[in-house]
Design a protein around this ligand. Structure first.
Ligand code: DC
Length: 229
């Protein structure tokens, strides 16, 4: 039996889970699972093979064969599909929408379950996703549901794109965020929702430091561990 601790952080896209989970993993020296990246890479592989995102048997086949690796480098995590570095290609708005489409197929989710659980190792794992606390790690010692209003998430995304020199259309981004939320929340299998024993943090009016401090407090209460950066 593993004594590894699991900290599950779920919530909609753009609520700040990525930054929060990276900080917690660094503070505790825990492994990090970015489950969204797995769905993003799968959708990328499906498109690259010229297959349709809604064709269940093709997507399932790709999911079973997915040659995906996360490579930790001093400059961050590189995501590899076979030999191809897909780190930036999977971060576009379109890649997120495509990921949400393949993620709605229940057989595909089942095929990726073991791969996600295999990230667990001592002393612990921080898992970022939509169903970490409800399906993938239902016994996680800490479950956080990080939420934020869609308008705030869209605004943050606009600023993020602008700061990297890209143009951004607020209305178009808001629409995409709302459509993706709708699909993730209403799918039949593993819909996006807080686990019964999750603590909800609404980050709409909080800075990343405030979110981190709130999460650190919850982690301390549930596990006794101190998150020190
Ligand atoms: O967290 P993200 O934006 O990288 O996730 C992209 C999509 O993948 C998201 O819209 C829904 C899907 N996803 C999921 O269904 N389950 C997860 N655990 C993580 C992501």
């Amino acid at each position: 039996m593993s004594n590894a601790i699991v900290i599950a952080v779920d919530g909609p896209g753009g609520a700040g889970k990525g930054e929060l989970t990276r900080k917690i993993a660094t503070a505790l020296d825990f492994e990090l699972l970015d489950s969204g990246a797995i769905y993003r890479v799968l959708a990328y592989a499906v498109r690259k093979a010229g297959l349709a995102l809604f064709d269940e048997s093709s997507v399932l086949q790709e999911a079973k064969l997915l040659d995906l690796h996360f490579d930790n480098t001093p400059n961050g995590v590189r995501v590899l599909l076979g030999e191809e570095d897909v780190t930036s290609a999977i971060r576009t708005e379109e890649a997120g929408v495509n990921a949400s489409k393949v993620a709605a197929i229940s057989s595909v989710r089942l095929a990726l379950l073991q791969r996600q659980r295999s990230f667990l190792r001592e002393p612990g794992l921080v898992a970022d996703g939509r169903d970490m606390g409800t399906v993938v790690f239902p016994k996680a010692q800490v479950k956080i549901f990080l939420d934020a209003a869609a308008s705030v998430r869209a605004q943050r995304r606009v600023l993020q794109l602008q700061s990297s020199g890209k143009s951004a259309d607020y209305e178009a981004i808001l629409k995409e965020i709302e459509e993706r939320d709708e699909r993730d929340r209403n799918r039949e299998v593993a819909p996006l929702k807080p686990a019964d024993d999750a603590v909800v943090i609404d980050s709409s009016n909080l800075s990343i430091e405030e979110v981190f401090n709130t999460a650190a407090q919850i982690i301390k209460e549930r596990t006794g561990l101190e998150c020190k950066l």
